[in-house]
Design a binder for this molecule. Structure first.
Ligand SMILES: C[S@@+](CC[C@H](N)C(=O)[O-])C[C@H]1O[C@@H](n2cnc3c(N)ncnc32)[C@H](O)[C@@H]1O
Length: 347
């Protein structure tokens, strides 16, 4: 019999795609999330029905009735993010995970669990509560902090993962946080170039607007086609400039460097004048426009998060919603590889 997967905090279905990626026998028997926009995307993309449901009301009876053998989940990360207040288990958004910690030892059908969260979760009270629940339920468990660049994907996204199973202990050591895949063959395969994930004929709506170019370009992380990296995309991408994700220029590093040198020259020559003339501002902006700086499209961000090409948003989803949902989601390849590790009998 195949795996019967319960996907909690399902968002846009990253875990569902990761399960597909792992090519295991089985299916998702239920997916749940409170976010109706995310659920509409999940239903559209995966053609199945997500329950709009507060996970705090999930019972042991329901899990047993579903016959769920595998639990895949990425609970809210806000209680643990560095930018947040880090209220941990005191944060209301931790309540659903706390509830699951009481539920897990009662759910006898569950044999496999995978959990994803932000880096920093490993130091939290919520993590302690979670591993206590795993111990109580008789699971063997291992923890990781991994990033897609370790899987040849040109995107940085350090995340905490815990895999747990009841069947058999893992063949690699516990008692530490793994910062690479255990016994991963030392592949010399290199990380793909950004050019591999680009869309053709990207609409000008993705160009970085003039006001952002004028005021914020120097704090932006700018990626060129031959580079093999990009920074983590967060839910604020395009809305906030700094630290929310990289921007793209079709120019080479040398070409854009030459333009930035000219911009710097203008800035240096006009340092003393508090309000530089309109003419100077226009010359500076004309130069910056030559960089053709644009945001990565939602499709490109989805590719950097290893979503398959079949993934699509319903037509009514706005770009803002797409970036928010993708920013909250997971890297499908990393989780898919961890699901393989979770069930591997050799390991
Ligand atoms: C980190 S995101 C999960 C992303 C998901 N794995 C994906 O691929 O998109 C956390 C999700 O948990 C949902 N959520 C938060 N609290 C919840 C609760 N009490 N019950 C159900 N869903 C909840 C949020 O709406 C959000 O979609």
């Amino acid at each position: 019999m195949g795996f019967r997967v319960l996907e909690l905090f399902s968002g846009i279905g990253g875990m569902h795609y990761a399960f597909k990626y792992a090519q295991l026998d089985g299916n998702i028997v239920a997916a749940m999330d409170v976010n109706t926009v995310a659920n509409a995307v999940y239903n559209f993309a995966l053609n199945c029905h997500v329950k709009t449901r507060n996970i705090q009301s999930l019972s042991e009876k329901e899990v047993s009735k579903l016959g769920a053998t595998m639990l895949l989940m990425s609970p809210p990360c806000q209680p643990h993010t560095r930018q947040g207040l880090q209220r941990d288990t005191e944060d209301k958004r931790s309540d659903a995970l706390t509830h699951l910690c009481t539920l897990i030892p009662q759910c006898e059908t569950l044999q496999y669990i995978l959990m994803e969260n932000v880096k920093g979760f490993e130091c939290s009270q919520a993590r302690n509560q979670f591993v206590e629940a795993l111990e109580k339920a008789g699971f063997y468990w291992r923890e990781f902090i991994l990033t897609p660049t370790q899987f040849n994907v040109p995107n940085t996204r350090y995340r905490y993962y815990c895999i747990a199973r009841k069947t058999k202990d893992f063949a690699f050591a516990g008692g530490k946080i793994w910062e690479e895949m255990p016994e991963s063959p030392s592949t010399e395969q290199s990380v793909s170039q950004i050019s591999a994930i680009l869309e053709d004929n990207v609409s000008c709506e993705y160009l970085v607007p003039d006001d952002v170019l004028t005021k914020r370009v120097l704090v932006m992380d700018i990626i060129h086609p031959t580079q093999n990296r990009s920074m983590c995309f967060t839910k604020g991408y395009t809305h906030y400039t700094e630290g929310t994700g990289s921007a793209f220029t079709p120019l080479s590093k040398e070409e854009s460097h030459r333009i930035f040198e000219l911009v710097k020259e203008i800035d240096n020559n006009n340092q003393d004048t508090s309000s530089s003339s309109e003419d100077v501002r226009q010359r500076r902006l004309d130069l910056l426009r030559q960089i053709k700086l644009r945001y990565f499209t939602p499709r490109e961000v989805a590719r950097l998060m290893s979503f398959p090409e079949e993934f699509a948003f319903p037509p009514e989803t706005t770009n803002r919603q797409k970036y928010r949902l993708l920013g909250n989601s997971i890297n499908v390849k990393v989780v898919g590889e961890l699901i393989k590790l979770l069930i591997a009998t050799k390991q």
